[in-house]
Design a protein around this ligand. Structure first.
Ligand code: TRP
Length: 335
């Protein structure tokens, strides 16, 4: 059976970009495609300066939102990474498999590291080793498929290289996974800066719609989205990225009954009319998620129970493979 693994970092409030670009696909498609695991990868939130109370709060919130978005604990395994020791246990063996040159070449490390240095901050060693921990997340479970966005494909490539290298050196231990892109990939860009992805950790949040934003807030953000000079609504991602982003969001939210953004554009004469429809569509898509989140958040015991069971199941799926890897590299088994 196909095994699917993906993770989300609790580094910020979840955005419309996380939802349309990944989480909705996890809930509607990926969780049913075999044996699927989804993890709130909290250890990955510690690679840059962090506030302990915030990481804790966001971990619970992200887990609750994943359930609200439709991940079903009867269908998939939802758990918090730090609850399962196998990730860190395996990560060390993979640090002994990867080379430092390989790690320093990772684009995200170079970008984030350079940014931190420019701001006069120190760079945590874990920022460098983070892709190895990500590889451990995937390899511990023998995952075949890893649904991720484009910005993670280099990390999945590294994971493949490490799996192959480990298997060659120490004997067949790991499944070599592959990255899979969402079928209906919606790449949602920042409403104020359509050149950048709508990310959780963007500095200004005026261009970022959060899943838990009140409807009026969503409307305001959409109505204030930057559009491009020029008149008339056309789908032209290069020349008119702001309008293209709105059209893509509308298409992803079911506007136009499945017609793509280019066809949708034909129905609009003004930016104002387009924005109103985008705002309505986004509010409607988020409504059930917000409502379900409110119900679940009122019952913290339920969410904790789901996570406890998820961690237990995950541990059961990882333990044997990680023990096998320990023995394969020459460590003495625990008898
Ligand atoms: N690095 C991923 C991100 O920043 C999150 C992640 C961590 C992940 N471990 C993973 C994704 C394993 C897929 C599989 O989005």
């Amino acid at each position: 059976m196909t095994r699917v693994f993906s993770g989300i970092k609790p580094t910020g409030h979840m955005t419309l970009g996380n939802y349309l670009g990944a989480v909705r696909q996890w809930a509607e498609v990926d969780q049913y495609r075999g044996e699927a695991l989804f993890s709130v990868v909290d250890l990955h939130a510690l690679t840059v300066e962090h506030e302990p109370a915030r990481v804790l709060r966001l971990s619970r919130q992200v887990a609750t939102l994943l359930l609200a978005a439709g991940l079903d604990p009867a269908v998939c395994t939802l758990f918090v990474q730090s609850h399962v020791d196998e990730h860190v246990r395996l990560s060390y063996l993979l640090e002994c498999t990867a080379t430092d040159g390989e790690m320093r070449r990772m684009i995200q490390y170079r970008e984030k590291g350079a940014r931190a240095r420019a701001a006069g901050e120190s760079v945590r060693l874990s920022l460098l080793t983070y892709p190895v921990l990500m590889a451990a997340d995937i390899l511990a479970y023998g995952a075949d498929e890893v649904p991720v966005g484009d910005d993670q494909t280099q990390h999945v490539e590294l994971t493949r290289d490490l799996a192959v290298r480990f298997n060659q050196r120490y004997g067949q231990t790991f499944v070599v996974p592959r990255a899979v892109k969402p079928e209906v990939a919606a790449r949602v860009m920042d409403l104020q800066d359509p050149a950048s992805k709508m990310g959780k950790t963007t500095a200004g949040t005026g261009g970022v719609v959060f899943l838990l934003d009140e409807p009026e807030v969503v409307r305001k953000k959409v109505m204030r989205a930057v559009t491009d000079s020029g008149s008339g609504v056309e789908y032209d991602p290069v020349g008119r990225p702001g309008v293209a982003n709105l059209l893509e969001i509308l298409a992803a939210c079911g506007g136009g009954d499945g017609s793509g953004p280019a066809v949708l554009a034909e129905g609009y004469a003004t930016y104002g009319a387009l924005k109103r429809d985008v705002a309505d569509a986004v509010v409607e898509v988020l409504r059930p998620v917000r409502e379900r989140h409110a119900e679940l958040a009122a019952d913290a015991g339920y969410v904790d129970g789901v996570l406890r069971e998820g961690a237990e199941r995950a541990r059961g799926m990882a333990r044997g493979r990680v023990d096998g890897a320990y023995r394969a590299v020459g460590l003495m088994g625990r008898g």
